[in-house]
Design a protein around this ligand. Sequence first.
Ligand SMILES: [Ca+2]
Length: 304
Amino acid sequence: MRDLTSRPTTHAFNLSAWAVVVTLGFASGDLKGISQSLEASFTRQPPQKRSSQKSSHKSNLPISDSEPPSASSDLPAIYTFKVVKTYPHDKHAFCQGLAFDGKTLFESTGKYGRSSVRRVNLKTGKVEKQLRLDHRLFGEGLTLFKGKVFQLTWKKGLAYVYDAKTLKPLRTFRYRGEGWGLTHDGAHLIISDGSDKLRFLDSDSFTVVRSVRVKDRGRPVRKLNELEFVNGQILANVWHSNRIAIISPKTGKVSGWIDLSGLLRKRLGKEAVLNGIAYKNGRLFVTGKFWPRLFEIELIKKQR
Ligand SMILES: [Ca+2]
């Protein structure tokens, strides 16, 4: 089989292989301030309360970037959840990456022949615009950064950069190893590859600037998948589990676990697992592969 990705003389985007499937009017999304604001909260607040938080720069976050002070904090915090609202999600979408710009969702879907990058209406779940990937590519992690959408693929070491408003492909870049999850910390792209390692990449040159190994009480946490940078911490789905790890980007230490068991009550196939975290302006969304629902949730810290 010909491998388009190994032929540098091929047109960079293989545009002939892309099909614009649906194009509807695009209300210009608010892509300013994509880096997550520390004062935002997971806990959904009435508008006046949220604005007062912004002005005072105070927060009642269950998750923050401050390191726990005491030795007993080696025990990770446990969070359960409360569903704030349920939205429709394309049950044919093998969700591999999810991001939210404050109005609209962006999603990467996987599977060979079914992979895409798409802009999705939050309320209706309707795909507003999408590009299909070449059938030899398997879509993976996705993030919004500097007005662009970045999308990984699984095994080809090839990533795409699109204009966030138009989904027009802008460029490609390469990285070593497999691509699983993708997010950014406001400075660097962060990639997971299914192991316990997270790599930090320069968002222009795509060179690896550093990496961390993720550990919970000294033990490696592997199978890190979809990512989201939230209030100075990295959230990571653990593949084939209902858990999301809360990870210090500095040390790789797991400071907490979010247990989403029971979120999707409907039983689906073996691979229809939790995968997809998006956060912006205090709103946290999660979904999964082939899940018919997307959930906006709040976190509840469990008392020990
Ligand atoms: Ca994400």
